[in-house]
Design a protein around this ligand. Sequence first.
Ligand code: HEC
Ligand code: HEC
Ligand code: HEC
Ligand code: HEC
Length: 383
Amino acid sequence: MKTLLTVAGAVVALFLTIAMFGTAGWDRPPLVTSQNGYRGTAMAQVETKADALEVKAENKAPEAAAPAEPGDDLAGKTYENVKVLQNLTTNEFNRLMVSMTEWVSPEQGCTYCHNTENMADDSLYQKRVARRMLQMTQHINATWKEKHVHEAGVTCYTCHRGQPVPANIWFTDPGPQARSGFIPRNNGQNLAKESVGLSSLPYDTLTEFLGKKDIDNTVIRVNATTALPEGRGKPIQDAEKTYGLMMHMSQGLGVNCTYCHNTRAISNWGESTPQRVSAWHGIRMVRDLNGDYLEPLQSTFPRNRLGALGDVPKINCTTCHNGVNKPLNGAHVVEAYPSLTKSTEIAAGTPPAPSGGTAVPAPAAPVPAAPPAPAPEMPAPKP
Ligand code: HEC
Ligand code: HEC
Ligand code: HEC
Ligand code: HEC
């Protein structure tokens, strides 16, 4: 009996030794961790060093073009059909045309937008879209500077990345109902869609939350603010749609939920990071861009550029962010192109302030459009 136990003990010891050597063969990959909440709240982003480097390399801003030679003649005088960039000098105008070509159509060249027989001709839809894009870019850098894009700003490259059609656009998803009369109503659920992290959450949350300008009544708020229900709560579908949008935002920025929320109190602005306030304004900005700039281009785009329901291609968080928290790693891309920082049309009003739901502290009265105050001592995340 004693020898049997000794043998069994030796066998166990042998297995343990093998197991130890086995695990010793695995190295923990070098990790990059950035803390964005209090210690112990698990509000941190953890990435492998290799992934972080790869993402960084994929999101490099291009070199700005050399400054234009000085000159006095204005493009509006030199050329025949200049409607947005009249006040640029002819040299600045030509420099911008060359940069736009690099940003949007480096392979196709000037001919992507121009009939080279007559540069003033507006017959190509690409040129008419590009003119509105110029105004949209100016509007982003002017009206949304304080609230979202700050000194970094955007150029055509932020979204286009050397392609006429940005890699990340979206259309309203008609779902299976539109394709077949036999599928029962499914509330837009149970189809793995990339826009909601391949989950079975409702697949068309983007139309609901980012599609139109004046949808501030679609409140993205589902948490109860009282311990006991005081009326009819939000239906579960609203919660699911909200989570669908949150999946999109997290993926678009390459972060997890704790980049913005303390998950013990998701709705509480006081425990959220300053990034959640940026995101709040980001949601309003995207609605504004889709509503005022893309939608009105519906009759300008040819049918083959429209979605299944005839709707325009639209912008979401990923269009600019491309999987990083600051597009193009936070490079100040617009600095070298001051003509893209001033709006050439009447500003479409000041962006709104957060409202609705008692969880948001009332905005400070005298300051218009004050964002909700995030927790003051939260350490700022490393860029
Ligand atoms: C992505 C689209 C796009 C590309 C590519 C592009 N342009 Fe343009 N171009 C425009 C738009 C839009 C206007 C009108 C701007 C306005 O109304 O302010 C314009 C206007 C012009 C005009 C003024 C024509 C006139 O008489 O009214 C010239 C000249 C010009 N572009 C030259 C070029 C050259 C040269 C290239 C290639 C290096 C080029 N463009 C590439 C969109 C483009
Ligand atoms: C905020 C993101 C964003 C910015 C900034 C932006 N664009 Fe676009 N652009 C889009 C989206 C979205 C579309 C629609 C994609 C499509 O055409 O299917 C588009 C479409 C276009 C098209 C039509 C492509 C096609 O063939 O359908 C042109 C041309 C264009 N943009 C030029 C520009 C120029 C020039 C600038 C800078 C002055 C610019 N864009 C800035 C998002 C952007
Ligand atoms: C980039 C910042 C950001 C990220 C990442 C993010 N959220 Fe949010 N979340 C917000 C903002 C902003 C709101 C408020 C939106 C509004 O009011 O328009 C919000 C609202 C919510 C709400 C509703 C809160 C309430 O008051 O009822 C829930 C629930 C939520 N988020 C869950 C999540 C989950 C789960 C994740 C991860 C999958 C996530 N969020 C990732 C910014 C973020
Ligand atoms: C037109 C382009 C554009 C779109 C669309 C856009 N953003 Fe941004 N966003 C930016 C730029 C540029 C910055 C960097 C500002 C800076 O460097 O301070 C930024 C910064 C942020 C930040 C702060 C990041 C940090 O680490 O401090 C958050 C959070 C954010 N965006 C969320 C969103 C969300 C959520 C959406 C979609 C609802 C969105 N953004 C859509 C351009 C955009």
